[in-house]
Design a binder for this molecule. Structure first.
Ligand code: ADP
Ligand code: MG
Length: 612
């Protein structure tokens, strides 16, 4: 019998290889843009027709190619970027596998016009399904123009798999953005069907992000910056209160390459634990720079996956850096920051109102300016004060509006006894829908979600009680008893000590039964305590499962949720002032510990705008 094995022709081999590298128009876009970047272009233009089905053209002002290179670049394993396998561990370029152009040429009609700045004349090369049709000198500008027409003309299966133009173009935009964000020093233009979709001037990272995602992102980002001897982290992360249900504004770059990495993604998202509601995701644009030898980028043909030598280590640093960035730039410290021990709750006075530190505010302070006078140089104490109520009020003249007290359920929140000694900073207020406290400041309208604010105040108070200043237990003469499930009793026993510091004295008496020997002195526990404890334990359990919250924080969180609706209504201007003082002296006045937004500030301008 005859031998049956034979070598595939280059054209067929390239077509097969193309299946891995070029799956859709967007993959070709990525490869071409990356080639232009590797060619050190400063301006790159991407022209698309029919979502890439008819034309993908990239025009750059980079190095260009010689007459021979213009032919060679379409061969498989033809690259100028590496010569030996060792070079893989020192990769500085986007490409290195030398297969993108060979792949594209196997499945499309490709034309290249290229010229090196030093050359008199450029080169034209046309290639269709790996067959060279034209190779000649041509007059052209410096740099390279590469046009891909009729993608997948000879691979009908691929062509049939393409989705709608809208979807394919969305994919192209994604790839374009991934490249354009991290290469912000390069100018980019994106044109689709003759229309300019994006025109991006060379800029810094923040400006680039805003240019792509819109101006409204401008004030919603905190800078992140961290350098150790093995990693440099830089970029911008979204403020917790702006977290969204979609993940479309999440970008992680390693050595200037967009990558996917589940563990590092988790390192970033988990730094927001407790700060954003479940199912929401923060925006992030984070760039990691590491020694190329410590990563492997060559694990998938599209080079979008990356393997770290020691990803646990990177996890830790990234997670801590994100937490730190949230803490420093929300201008108030975070509860969860282990290394911020000195500013933990020890700094938060126990009883309301918390004393508001007076500090000097620099009106020109801009956390986003890149000048060296970095806000992180602020001491943590100063940072706390920036968002306090006095500062908020520096020039307040509240307009008169009619005050409507809310009717609500009892239970006293310790309002400032000495409030009378102070001049009230707010003279009038409005409570609307029994839910929001509205205060008109000089040129801002502050709308506060009252129960959420109360949850925040309670949480801070409870956590402080557990850690430092226990709440006194008011012993009861005739202890009530409660009966729980076995699991609930076990949990209650586990947190009984902490509960005692919150003023509750539960004594196990029988199987799954507890006597309530005492409740907090300050509170009138006339509600259904059995139901309250059961709800609390449920909540505690789900917090424990969904984000392994520490025991004391979890208890403070669960109890403040139970109690937030039971606070005495705000009856007069003194109480409102005390309430505002308390809120703005908490660790994070803008978000509840469970991640809900507490207040919104509307500028006078915005209000005026409503009326044109
Ligand atoms: P790789 O990028 O992995 O080297 P490609 O197939 O993408 O492989 O490109 C092959 C070679 O063609 C590159 O190494 C580079 O030398 C050259 N090349 C491709 N695109 C350009 C361009 N826009 N400008 C200059 N040279 C280019
Ligand atoms: Mg390439």
């Amino acid at each position: 019998m005859d031998d049956i094995i034979h070598l595939l022709s280059d054209a067929v081999a390239n077509q097969i290889a193309a299946g891995e590298v070029i799956q859709r128009p967007a993959s070709a876009v990525k490869e071409l843009l990356e080639n232009s970047i590797d060619a050190e272009a400063t301006q790159i233009q991407l022209v698309i027709k029919d979502a890439g089905r008819t034309l993908i053209q990239v025009c750059d002002d980079g190095k260009g190619m010689s007459f021979n290179d213009a032919r060679l670049c379409f061969e498989r394993h033809a690259t100028s970027k590496i010569t030996k396998a060792d070079d893989l561990f020192a990769i500085q370029t986007k490409g290195f596998r030398g297969e993108a152009l060979a792949s594209v040429a196997a499945i499309a009609h490709v034309e290249i016009k290229t010229k090196r700045p030093a050359d008199e004349i450029g080169t034209l090369l046309q290639i269709e399904g790996s067959v060279v049709k034209e190779h000649a000198p041509v007059a052209t500008q410096d740099g390279t123009i590469i046009s891909i027409k009729n993608l997948f003309f000879n691979v009908p299966a691929r062509r049939n798999f393409l989705k709608s133009d809208a979807t394919e173009f969305a994919n192209i935009e994604d790839e374009f953005n991934r490249v354009a964000i991290i290469h912000h020093q390069i100018g980019f233009t994106l044109i689709h069907n003759g229309k300019i979709i994006l025109q991006l001037q060379p800029s810094n990272l923040k400006q680039r992000i805003v240019a792509i995602f819109g101006n409204n992102l401008k004030d919603k980002l905190y800078p992140i910056e961290q350098q150790t001897d093995f990693i440099k982290i830089s970029g911008w992360i979204g403020k917790p209160e702006n977290a969204k249900k979609k993940k479309s504004e999440q970008f992680l770059f390693v050595n200037h390459r967009y990558v996917r990495h589940n563990l590092l993604h988790f390192a970033i998202e988990s730094a927001y634990n407790q700060l954003i509601p479940e199912g929401h995701h923060p925006a992030y644009f984070i760039s990691l720079e590491v020694n190329p030898a410590s990563i492997d980028i060559n694990i998938s043909p599209t080079k979008v996956d990356v393997k770290f030598q020691n990803d646990r280590l990177f996890f830790g640093v990234l997670n801590a850096s994100v937490k730190k960035a949230i803490g420093e730039f929300s201008l108030v410290p975070q509860l969860d920051f282990d290394y911020n021990q000195e500013l933990d709750l020890n700094n938060v006075p126990q009883n309301a109102p918390l004393k508001v530190p007076t500090i000097h505010i620099d009106p020109n302070f801009n956390p986003f300016s890149s000048n060296k006078n970095h806000p992180s140089a602020f001491s943590k104490k100063e940072a706390r004060g920036i968002q306090n109520w006095d500062n908020f009020l520096s020039s307040i003249k509240a307009t008169h509006v009619e005050a409507t007290p809310i009717a609500n359920n009892p239970v006293e929140l310790d309002f400032d006894e000495n409030a009378e000694d102070k001049l009230p900073s707010v003279e009038s207020y409005l409570i609307v829908y029994q839910k929001y406290l509205v205060v008109a400041l000089q040129n801002q309208l502050l709308v506060i979600h009252i129960t959420r604010a109360q949850e925040r105040i309670l949480y801070d108070t409870y956590l402080e009680a557990i850690k430092n200043k226990p709440i006194t237990v008011q012993q009861s003469m005739f202890p009530e008893t409660i009966t729980l499930s076995a699991a609930q009793s076990e949990m209650l026993l586990e947190i009984n000590d902490e509960f005692k510091k919150l003023g509750y004295d539960f004594e196990p008496i029988n199987h799954n039964q507890f006597a309530i020997n005492g409740t907090p002195s300050s509170e009138d526990e006339n509600g259904d305590i059995q139901a309250m404890i059961e709800n609390l334990l449920d909540d505690y359990k789900s917090n424990m499962m969904s984000y392994s919250v520490e025991r004391d924080k979890n208890l403070a969180l669960s109890l403040s949720k139970q109690k937030r609706a039971l606070i005495k209504p705000l009856n007069n201007v003194l109480e409102v002032n005390a309430f505002l003082q308390q809120l703005f002296a908490t660790i994070l006045p803008s978000i509840t510990p469970s991640g809900e937004k507490i207040y919104e500030i509307m500028t006078e301008e915005a209000v005026n705008k409503i009326f044109g």
